[in-house]
Design a protein around this ligand. Structure first.
Ligand code: HEC
Ligand code: HEC
Length: 279
């Protein structure tokens, strides 16, 4: 064999060994975690912004000028914060400061893993835990006016603070579960969240511009024109479940909390801005 021939044979063998190794590695990774075929948005973030401004630009400007109706709820939340309730004779302010100063920035770390329940804790769950365990008061019904008002007020104490949720360590499996739900097809229409909000974001679906999920978790509770009222991110989940003819899940169930962790992680680094204002 010529010298060139020998070099070629060596190269081919080395390449073969490398690809076989990579293949085995890929198989092992496949067995370790169920593989999700992730989508890439089929337009750039910049192009999405352009389309967003073209569709909603003027409305959002007008809304900003006229003020957000959810601001009234925010004021009520502030009052509730210092209202004494329950057998311990305490208000939220008794422990967290007259103006909630000890909770500044706290919401930016939620949802988070909670060792006590070995699950994902949300601001809404934590508020009810404080009511039951620290105030001797009844938990608030999810999505009731007072519950939303307190949730909104607590989150507003972190307005401008960049979201920084952790998916490390024990939080990881819950994040993966949220992601799996996001990518799984659901409902009679057999759509996944990711299909609409990742792959086809920036495209029109009837009168709606499908949004990119990067900004989904930074502005809830929001006032929505369609609801003529204020609601939570999980109420929005329920709306999207119904859009694909899927049975919506109960508020604060494990799946919605995992989903919320997944979506909030996509918004890491963005400042919290509540209350939002949405179509
Ligand atoms: C008697 C003291 C007490 C009262 C009253 C109280 N909390 Fe808490 N709160 C705590 C403690 C202690 C924690 C730490 C977590 C735990 O033990 O549940 C906490 C944690 C929190 C957190 C999470 C803070 C973080 O950095 O992770 C929020 C948000 C919160 N409380 C909101 C409220 C609200 C809203 C109310 C009123 C409905 C309230 N708390 C009433 C003691 C209190
Ligand atoms: C058939 C397409 C479709 C599917 C599937 C879908 N959505 Fe939506 N979603 C929409 C439309 C349309 C809107 C309103 C316009 C917009 O903001 O994208 C919306 C809005 C939202 C919003 C509010 C966005 C904002 O800026 O506040 C969230 C959050 C959301 N969807 C989450 C989900 C989740 C979670 C799922 C899966 C359970 C899901 N969606 C499935 C079409 C869909």
């Amino acid at each position: 064999m010529s010298r060139l021939g020998r070099v070629l044979v060596m190269l081919v063998c080395a390449f073969g060994a490398l690809t076989a190794g990579a293949w085995r590695y890929a198989l092992a990774a496949d067995e370790a975690a169920p593989q999700i075929k992730e989508y890439k948005p089929n337009i750039s973030a910049r192009e999405y912004e352009k389309r967003y401004n073209a569709v909603y630009g003027k409305y959002t400007e007008q809304m900003a000028e006229e003020g957000n109706p959810a601001d009234f709820m925010l004021d009520d939340g502030k009052d509730l914060f210092s209202k004494v309730e329950g057998s311990a004779g305490k208000s939220c302010a008794s422990c967290h400061g007259a103006n909630g100063e000890k909770l500044k920035g706290a919401a930016a770390g939620f949802p988070k893993y909670d060792p006590a329940t070995k699950g994902i804790n949300t601001v809404a769950l934590q508020i009810n835990r404080c009511r039951e365990d620290h105030m001797g008061a009844a938990p608030l019904k999810y999505e009731s006016y007072d519950q939303l008002a307190l949730d909104l007020y607590v989150k507003s104490l972190s307005n401008g603070v960049p979201i920084k949720v952790s998916i490390d360590g024990p939080a990881r499996p819950f994040y993966e579960a949220g992601k799996a739900y996001y990518y799984k097809r659901h409902g009679q229409f057999n759509f996944s969240c990711a299909l609409c909000h990742v792959k086809y974001s920036g495209h029109m679906m009837r009168a709606n511009l499908l949004s990119n999920n990067r900004h989904h978790a930074d502005h809830w509770p929001s006032y929505r024109l369609k609801w003529a009222g204020t609601g939570s991110l999980q109420r929005r989940f329920r709306g999207c479940n119904k859009n694909v003819r899927q049975k919506p899940l109960p508020f604060e169930c494990e799946t919605y909390r995992d989903l919320q962790l997944y979506l909030t992680y996509q918004a890491n680094g963005l400042p919290i801005q509540v209350p939002g204002f949405k179509m």
